[in-house]
Write a protein that binds this ligand. Structure first.
Ligand code: ADP
Ligand code: MG
Length: 240
């Protein structure tokens, strides 16, 4: 579904050129769940932005579900972004004065207004947060806020979920909760998930680890037996 061939990205900083990506190739099949790892500055976010059609490569080829993204104009790129891609951010990017439900509804504001509330509620159900619909972000834990962020990314039913360090601000219990949600969406609903993480134990919940260094892919390995997330979601004390 994703076919990246020999993609480079050069940023012009005054007189200096920064090569954020240098000849990256990457194929991802529908239904995969993979991690992108690598040190700070290695090009991970640049890769995610290109994958998500927020930015375009300087050279190389990007074919997404059979469509040549490199040949698209800004309107066509926006259309792909809205119809196929869901984004999850490290900092959640929720509106503090809006309820969880209203936050999830936000991406539906521009289209026709039908069933917006019901669709947002359904997205909250898919991340296990229907019982928090009326809460404001400040009334939710970090993990719950990020689940709202995931529900917002899901509400338009994208085929690909892109998450740039989605657990970067979370403790290990909340990170596990988030990985349980991604595993559920991937395994039970067939969503393709690509995520960036610094942490190997987070990456080991996915099925494949692609490592970047200096704008290049230095390794691309399957995870032979991915860890199951979610054990900590079992309410405390049930084993007593
Ligand atoms: P990572 O996400 O792995 O930390 P990035 O993709 O953000 O890395 O950055 C890769 C390189 O590209 C870095 O050297 C960074 O400074 C540079 N870079 C990223 N975005 C821009 C930009 N908009 N303008 C100039 N340089 C950028
Ligand atoms: Mg980054």
């Amino acid at each position: 579904m994703i076919d990246i061939q020999d993609v480079s990205k050069i940023f012009q900083m005054g007189h200096v050129e920064v090569a954020a990506l240098q000849g990256v190739s990457l194929s991802v099949q529908q239904g995969e769940m993979l991690s992108i790892m690598g040190p700070s500055g290695s090009g991970k976010s640049t890769m995610m932005n290109i994958l998500g059609c927020l930015d375009v490569a300087t050279s190389g080829r990007y074919v997404l579900e059979g469509e040549d993204v490199g040949r698209m104009n800004d309107n066509q790129l926006a259309e792909i972004r809205h119809s196929k891609i869901g984004f999850v951010f490290q900092t959640y990017n929720l509106l503090p004065r809006a309820s969880a439900l209203a936050n999830v509804e936000m991406p539906l504001m521009y289209g026709n207004g039908k069933n917006r509330r019901a669709r947002a509620m359904e997205a909250l159900e898919r991340v296990g947060l229907a019982n928090r619909a009326k809460h404001h972000p400040a009334e939710l834990s970090g993990g719950e806020q990020q689940r709202v962020g995931i529900a917002r990314a899901l509400v338009k039913n994208p085929s690909i979920m892109l998450a740039d360090e989605p657990t970067g601000n979370l403790d290990s219990k909340s990170s596990d909760e988030i990985m349980a949600v991604f595993q559920h969406l991937n395994r039970d609903e067939g969503l393709t998930v690509l995520m960036v993480t610094h942490e190997l134990d987070i990456a080991q919940h996915t099925n494949r680890i692609v490592s970047f260094r200096d704008g290049r892919v230095i390794s691309d390995e399957p995870v032979t037996s991915p860890m199951n997330a979610g054990e900590h979601l079992i309410p405390m004390g049930t084993d007593a």
